[in-house]
Design a protein around this ligand. Structure first.
Ligand SMILES: Cc1ncc(COP(=O)(O)O)c(C=O)c1O
Length: 385
């Protein structure tokens, strides 16, 4: 059977995944510091009120509205109003996931072989989405000097005749880098001058540490056609509800043309379901409780981590927010890579290479329950001493 080239992935297991599978199969006690699924991290969800909208009889009526039902889009507009941004309903498009939103935008902006620029290190999912949409993903570097910055020169130099969009993840996963206001202005100006769109992924925007520049790109005037992405999986810690959105900003004529085409793309799939759209206003309105629980967990875990690593050879890199912490660690311990040595000692960490980080970096999920976290980082400290 012949399959498409775009699905010709190497689906084999890498050696670290193999070792992890074996350790789990052997029933070894493992402290897993990588769990990022909020529904599996011991948070208290208000089950009754979250599930109530799903049984509304009005959800039995099928209303195929390509951009999303009006009440649902109004709830998203209210979310942006709380962030200080006015987003009109005709600038919003609902999707079943942020990944689907990326795919809509790639199909809106790119022909096969066109290029989209994304930061490195960053979230590896973009590679897959771009490949499935026949788009070439080109990396621009994030640099680290006591904090992360966009390499603006490299970003500018990466723009070619085939570039259709620049992706900024604000804050970035896994580095936790928020675009500063100077970077924001520079990227907007660059995109406007070079006629490329700006895609800003703000799924972790609400999880900034107190010092972070956590301003949404939906606020203020953008000289560039801008698509701001977010969704329930992080904003409400409800990944199972499958609901995200695109908020469009920028020059009016570009926005209108983009929305007309996006509406056609959305109409082709009509992927949103009615019960979730009915639930969206309730879920967004009740996000503060869950966000408070997650921020408390992040704060507690970061404090415990910093205390445990003090005086060790491991160092936490400076971050502005998000659900992950990046550690600089010794490359090898006793002849093994650090992550292998950690696994042998009973702790699961994510290899930094997974995100395009250099060797000697590992990534931890700040959602990890405190008991697992405390035990795990104590072992990590010993491994890295
Ligand atoms: C930066 C970033 N964007 C998008 C996503 C995907 O979000 P969704 O669950 O809405 O598809 C993730 C998931 O972790 C992410 O880290």
């Amino acid at each position: 059977m012949r399959f498409s080239e775009r699905t010709a992935w190497d689906l084999g297991e890498n050696s670290f995944a193999g070792r992890l599978r074996e350790a789990r199969a052997a029933g070894l006690p493992l402290f897993d510091l990588t769990i990022s699924n909020p529904t599996a991290c011991g948070f208290a969800y208000d089950e009754r009120s979250l599930l109530a909208p799903l049984s509304e009889t009005s959800a039995l009526l099928y209303e195929p509205v390509p951009l999303g039902m009006e009440n649902a889009r109004a709830a998203v507009a209210a979310y942006y109003r709380d962030l200080g941004a006015e987003v009109a309903l005709d600038r919003l498009c609902l999707t079943t996931s942020t990944s689907e939103a990326y795919s809509y935008l790639f199909r809106l902006l790119c022909d096969p072989g066109d290029e989209v620029l994304a930061a490195s290190p960053s979230y590896p999912l973009f590679d897959y989405i771009a490949r499935l949409d026949d788009v070439r993903l080109v990396e621009y570097p994030l640099l680290y000097h006591d904090g992360w910055q966009i390499d603006l020169h490299a970003l500018e130099a990466s723009i070619t005749k085939r570039t259709r969009a620049v992706i900024v993840v604000h804050p970035n996963n896994p580095t936790g880098h928020f675009c500063s206001s100077a970077e924001r202005e520079a990227v907007q100006k660059l995109c406007a001058e070079r006629g490329v769109a700006l895609i800003v992924d703000e799924v972790f925007l609400d999880y900034g540490l107190p010092c972070a520049e956590a301003q949404s790109f939906a606020t203020g005037q953008s000289p560039a056609l801008t698509f701001v992405l977010s969704g329930l999986s992080k904003v409400c810690a409800l990944p199972q509800m499958k609901c995200s959105w695109i908020a469009t900003a920028g020059p009016k004529a570009d926005v209108q043309a983009a929305m007309a085409r996006l509406e056609m793309i959305a109409d082709t799939f009509l992927s949103m379901n009615a019960p979730v759209q009915h639930g969206l206003p309730n879920w967004l309105a009740s996000r503060h409780d869950m966000q408070g629980q997650i921020r408390a967990r992040m704060t507690e875990n970061l404090a415990a981590l910093d205390a445990a690593l003090a005086g060790s050879l491991c160092e936490r890199l400076t971050m502005g927010g998000g659900w992950t912490a990046v550690l600089r660690v010794p490359r090898t311990v006793g002849g093994m890579e650090f992550r292998e040595a950690a696994l042998a000692a009973g702790v699961v960490v994510q290899p930094g290479e997974f995100y395009g980080l250099p060797e000697g970096r590992v990534v931890l999920s700040l959602l990890t329950p405190l008991d697992v976290w405390t035990a795990g980082i104590e072992i990590l400290r010993k491994v890295g001493s």
